[in-house]
Design a protein around this ligand. Sequence first.
Ligand SMILES: NC(=O)c1ccc[n+]([C@@H]2O[C@H](COP(=O)([O-])OP(=O)(O)OC[C@H]3O[C@@H](n4cnc5c(N)ncnc54)[C@H](OP(=O)(O)O)[C@@H]3O)[C@@H](O)[C@H]2O)c1
Length: 266
Amino acid sequence: MADKGKVIWITGASSGIGEAVAYEFAARGAVLILSARRADALERVREACIAKGAAPEDVLVLPLDVTDEASLPAKTAEAKAFKGRIDMLFNNAGISQRSLCVDTDMATYRKLFEVDVFGQIALTKQVLPIMIEQKSGHIAVTASVAGKIGVAKRTGYCAAKHAMMGFFDALRTEVAQYGIRVTTVTPGFIRTAISENALKGDGSQFGVVDKNIAAGMDVTDCAKVIMKGFDSGKKEIAVGNGPEMKALWVKRFFPNMLFKMVEKMG
Ligand SMILES: NC(=O)c1ccc[n+]([C@@H]2O[C@H](COP(=O)([O-])OP(=O)(O)OC[C@H]3O[C@@H](n4cnc5c(N)ncnc54)[C@H](OP(=O)(O)O)[C@@H]3O)[C@@H](O)[C@H]2O)c1
C-alpha cells in the first residue's frame, strides 16, 4: 500500500470525518498523529486505529486547539520529532453555525474564523517549511459545499469555508514547485456531530442533529471517497450523496438558478 509508513497528521481526529479518515489510514499501515482538543476522545480513536491494524508505536495522540496559535510551533516540533518527518497534514478541524446574520454576534463570527480559517492557516504555516525541506508533502483541508454555495443560517461558516477554498487554491500554486500537493475536500451533508457542535448566534452550542445531517452520507462512506480522491491525486474532492451535490453543478453552469433555489430554501 502506498500509504504504509507515511506520517499523516489529522486535526479534528476526535470525531466525525477526521476519525473516519484516521481509520482508513490505519488500515493501510500509515503512521498517525491524531489532534483535536479532547485528549480522551483521541485516546479512544487511537485504540480503534490499533484495532484496525496500526502499530501501537505508530499512533501519536497530540491534543491541541488550532486557535491557540502560540502553542502550534511546539506541537509541530512534537509531530515532526515522532518519526522525523510529516508526509501529510489534513486540516480537518472545524465548527459550523446555525444562526441568521441579524442574530449573530461579531464575537461568534470571529470564533468561526479563528477555528475554520486562522487555525488552519496557522498550522499549515508551521508545517510548510518542513515539507519544503523534505521536497515533498501533502496538505489537505476539509472545506465544504458551503465553501462554494451560500446558504441560510451559515453566513459565517460559508464565508470561512469560501476563504479556505481561496487560500488553499492559491497555496497550491506556490508549493507545487517543492513537490507539495494541496487538496481541498468539499463535503455535502455527512452524518457527524457537526450540527450539534455548531454555534448559535450568541456563540452557544446548537446541540441538535438537524434533518439534513441526519439524512446525510455515512461518515465511513465519506472517508472512503476522500481516500479514493487522495489516491487519484484529485485537487478537489466533492463528497456527499444528497441534492446539495447537484447544487454544485447548478451553481457552476446556472448560477442564477442556484441563487433562486437557495433563496427559496432559506
Ligand atoms: N458533517 C458535515 O456535513 C460537513 C460538511 C462539510 C464540511 N464539514 C467539515 O468537516 C470537518 C469535520 O467536521 P465533522 O463533520 O467531522 O464534525 P465533528 O464531528 O463535529 O468534528 C469536528 C472536529 O473538529 C475538532 N475541533 C473543533 N474545534 C477545534 C479546535 N479549536 N481545535 C482543534 N480541533 C477542533 C473537534 O474535536 P474537539 O472537540 O475534540 O476539539 C472534532 O474532532 C469540519 O471542518 C467541518 O466544517 C462537515
